[in-house]
Each structure stands twice: as C-alpha cells, then as structure tokens.
Design a protein around this ligand. Structure first.
Ligand code: DP6
Length: 323
C-alpha cells in the first residue's frame, strides 16, 4: 500500500537567536529562542513510503540530491520510521518558492515540512508540540516553523519537552521583513558545524547566561507590540550571536561588507525616527524588520545601498499545514 502526504511550511527569522547546543545529536539548545514565521516564502514537500525502494530518494527543486544532504534527511526519516512504526523507505520531493542558494535559511522550512508530511504519510496524527519536537531533531530552528506566527522555543528540561509554541498568531502584528540578498565571497560554514564549536568562544557562556532576560524582553515586546523594545533587544541579541561566531575556533565571519553597510544604515534610519532594525542568521543576508506601514519608505532607502542583489518581502506567516 502506498502511503503519501504533502505539507507546506515557512522559514522563520529569529529575533532571539539559537546558537550552540547542550546536546548536539538531540539538538537541545544552549538557550531559548524566539522567531517569526516568514509568510509568502515556503517549502512544499511530498513524502511517499514505497515497497520498491532500497533507500530514501530525495529530490529538491526537480534535482535528485545525494551525499551529505540525503544522509541528513535519511537520518531524520529513521526517527519517523521508529516512531510510526514504518519500515519502508520513502520518496521525498521538495520545492522552495524562494531562490535556492540565495542564503535564506532553508533548513527550518525544509525539516518542518518534512516532519509534517513524513509523520502524516506514516499514518501518525501528531499533536503540534510532538510535531515541533520531531522537526527539532532534523534542524533546531525547524521546531519554530511548526506553530503559527511568533514562536518561542523554550530551553526545556530535555528531549521530551524541547519544542516551540506560538506566543502570538501571524495576525497579531503587521510587521514586514525586507530580506536583502547579499552574495557571499566564500561558501558559508553551515549552522550545524557552527553550533558544535560555539563553546570555543569565550563569549558564549555570557551570551547564554543573559539570554533569559532578552527572551522575556522580546516576548513582552511582541505581546505589547512595542516595536522600539523589539528592535533594541533583537539587534543586540543578533550582534551578540555574531560576536560569538567571530570568536569561535575556527572563526565564522558571516557579515560581508554590504551586510555591515546595511546594519549601520538601518541604525541611522532608526535614530532619525524611522522604526526598523536589522538581524542576520548564519549568512550575509540582512533581514530588515519594520512595521508594515513604513515598509515602502524602508525599502526605498535599502535600494540606494550598493551590493544588494534583490529584496524579498515577507509578512508574519502561519503554521505548517498539510496540503
Ligand atoms: C543562526 O537550526 O540551522 O539561524 O539545528 O544545525 O539545523 P541546525 O541549525 P539551525 O541553526 C539556526 C541558527 C540561526 C539562529 C536561529 O535561527 O535561531
């Protein structure tokens, strides 16, 4: 019997960042994190368990994928097979509606869509927190793409309860994320390798120690729609994470010259009274977050900065869902 299911999930942008694990294989985070799902951008994945397969087969954007990417997906599928239980291998067909290789963190959307499609295809009807926990095993940030809107992944006590919950739905606050695509001179080191070396930075323990204060500030700012506080705490948290990255061994420099030009420009615009702030994940792209009513003005200013190849526009997105 063929069992198949398809799911859609959005990527997310973290306001309070996840960096470093207390358990790398279980992806138990060193600190809690908060993010916003990116509506309009999505990954759609179909999973079909088949009798005739001797290994999992993965296609992304019409191209068959092998090597490390397939190994990671297969290791994740083993978790699903154990949980279901379902012994067969699967055909996994995935597509992103945002440019691949543009450096948009795609693992969050990829593993949240895969967790939902694979668990449904295997006949399970997991609750949201179980699904978020499962997605976490594929990619930490993926657990935050399962629930709706603005999501918090709490530190948790262990594997059993380390999942994300929605702190406010997508409709709660009309924010815009203007994502400036900036090409990197060098191929980036992926987050998984980066997380494992976080503790080689002398600043990581201090970042982790002070994370709960920033989490609270950020959660309250979202609940109260207090943009000034959200901007201040998110920008500061982003700079702290990149300070850790730059002081790890080996150091990770994700900022490109255009990234730093934009980070500084955004700070100037904010000082001049335009509400906006910049945040970056493990790559050179700059996410400029602003209230939607000023998005045209912010975008016009961004267009004058040289080195930006494109700007993607996103509003808060909903939960991962079956299609
Ligand atoms: C910098 O979730 O991509 O984007 O669990 O190894 O897949 P893995 O890491 P990942 O790490 C994301 C790190 C970040 C910050 C964040 O999204 O919180």
């Amino acid at each position: 019997m063929i069992k198949s299911a398809s799911a859609i999930a959005h990527p997310n942008i973290a306001f309070i960042k996840y960096w470093g694990n207390r358990d790398d294989s279980l992806r138990l985070p060193a600190n809690g994190s908060i993010s916003m799902n990116l509506g309009g951008l999505f990954t759609k994945t179909r999973v079909t368990f088949r009798d005739d397969l001797r290994a999992d087969v993965l296609t992304i954007g019409g191209k068959e994928v092998t090597g490390a990417a397939l190994d990671r997906v297969s290791a994740f599928m083993d978790h699903v097979r154990l949980l279901a239980p379902e012994a067969r291998y699967a055909e996994i067909v995935s597509e992103n509606n945002f440019p691949m290789g543009a450096g948009i963190a795609s693992s969050a959307a990829a593993f949240s869509a895969l967790a939902l499609a694979a668990s449904a295809a295997a006949g399970m009807n997991l609750k949201e927190n179980e699904l978020s926990r499962l997605a976490r095993l594929g990619s930490g940030s993926a657990c935050r793409s399962i629930p709706d809107g603005f999501c918090e992944w709490a530190y948790g006590s262990g594997d059993e309860d380390s999942w994300a919950v929605s702190i406010a739905p997508a409709s709660h606050w009309a924010l815009t994320d203007l994502i400036a695509l900036i090409s990197a001179e060098h191929k980036k080191t992926g987050s998984s390798a980066g997380h494992t070396a976080a503790l080689t930075s002398p600043f990581q323990p201090e970042r982790v120690r002070t994370a709960p204060e920033r989490i609270k500030k950020c959660r309250d700012a979202i609940l109260n729609k207090d943009f000034a506080t959200l901007a201040e705490v998110s920008e500061s948290d982003m700079i702290m994470m990149h300070s850790v990255m730059m002081t790890q061994k080996p150091p990770l420099f994700y900022w490109e010259p255009t990234s730093i030009r934009l980070i500084k420009a955004v700070r100037d615009w904010r000082e001049e009274g335009l509400p906006c702030f910049a945040t970056l994940d493990a790559g050179p792209n700059v996410h400029v977050i602003c209230p939607s009513e000023v998005m045209d003005e912010v975008q016009q200013k961004m267009k004058k900065i040289s080195g930006i190849s494109d700007i993607l526009v996103s509003a808060p997105g909903g939960k991962a869902h079956l299609v």
